[in-house]
Write a protein that binds this ligand. Structure first.
Ligand SMILES: N[C@@H](CCC(=O)N[C@@H](CS)C(=O)NCC(=O)O)C(=O)O
Length: 224
C-alpha cells in the first residue's frame, strides 16, 4: 500500500499552495495540517530542515521544498505534468524557479513600510512579468491545452495579484495579453480554486492589511 501523505501547511503560504494544486489536480489522497508560522509547534522545528513550509510527510520521511514536493507528487501519479523532452522539461523547471523571485518581490512589496522599497519591488515585479509575457505559449495554460507544473507554480502568484488589484490596481498585467489570459485560465481552474481555505481573502487582508505598511491601508476595500 502507498505511504500516507500529510502536507504541513500555513494557510497563506503560496509555496504550499503549489503543492495543494498538484494534489487536487491529480486527485491524490492526502491530509493537511495547518500550523501558525508566527508561533510554530515544537514538532515543526524538529522535522523541518529549513524551518519552512511546505513539508510533505510520506510515511515517516519528510520532504521539503515545494518544487521537489511537486515533482515527487507528479512522479508517483502518472501521466506527468512535465514535458517528456529533457530540454523542454529543464525549461519548465527554469521558469518555475523564475516564479520564486516573483513571490519574494510580492511579499516584500506587501510588507514594506517604505515607499521607495515599495516602488522598487513593484517595478521588479512588472519587469519580470514583461519578460514572462514573451515565453507563455498560446493558452489556456503555460504550455498549451494541458496544465503543467509551471501552472501550479504561478497560480498562487496570479491569485494574489487578482486579490490585491481588486482593491488597489497596480497595473501588473496591463498591456500583457498572454498573462491576462493565462491568469484568467488559472483562476478558473477547479484545482486552483480548491487550493486555498474558504476564508483565504479575509486572512490575507488581516495578515497584510497593517496600517503602517504602504499597501496595508489599501487592502481593506474592494474597488467598485
Ligand atoms: N523555497 C521554499 C520557500 C518556502 C517558504 O519560503 N515558505 C515560507 C512561508 S510562505 C516559510 O515557511 N517561511 C518561514 C520562515 O522563513 O521562517 C519552497 O519553495 O518550498
Amino acid at each position: 500500500m502507498a505511504a500516507k501523505l500529510r502536507l504541513v501547511s500555513f494557510k497563506l503560504c503560496p509555496f504550499v499552495q503549489r503543492s495543494v494544486i498538484t494534489l487536487e489536480h491529480k486527485g491524490i489522497d492526502y491530509e493537511i495540517d495547518y500550523i501558525d508560522l508566527m508561533d510554530p509547534p515544537a514538532w515543526f522545528h524538529e522535522i523541518s530542515p529549513l524551518g519552512k513550509v511546505p513539508l510533505l510527510c510520506v510515511g515517516d520521511q519528510v520532504l521539503f521544498e515545494s518544487a521537489v514536493i511537486n515533482e515527487y507528487l507528479d512522479e508517483i501519479t502518472p501521466p506527468s505534468l512535465h514535458p517528456a523532452d529533457p530540454l523542454e522539461k529543464a525549461m519548465h523547471r527554469a521558469w518555475i524557479e523564475f516564479s520564486s523571485d516573483l513571490f519574494m518581490a510580492q511579499f516584500r512589496m506587501m510588507t514594506t513600510k517604505s515607499r521607495e522599497e515599495f516602488d522598487k519591488q513593484r517595478s521588479q515585479i512588472r519587469s519580470n512579468l514583461e519578460r514572462l509575457e514573451t515565453v507563455v505559449k498560446p493558452g489556456p495554460y503555460y504550455a498549451g491545452e494541458a496544465l503543467s507544473l509551471v501552472d501550479t507554480a504561478y497560480a498562487p502568484f496570479f491569485m494574489r495579484v487578482d486579490l490585491v488589484q481588486r482593491r488597489h490596481p497596480l497595473g501588473f498585467l496591463d498591456g500583457l495579453p498572454n498573462l491576462q489570459a493565462w491568469s484568467a485560465a488559472l483562476l478558473g481552474t477547479p484545482a486552483v480554486q480548491r487550493s486555498v481555505v474558504s476564508d483565504f481573502e479575509d486572512l490575507y487582508v488581516q495578515r497584510y492589511g497593517a496600517e503602517d505598511t504602504v499597501m496595508g491601508p489599501r487592502l481593506h476595500t474592494e474597488a467598485a
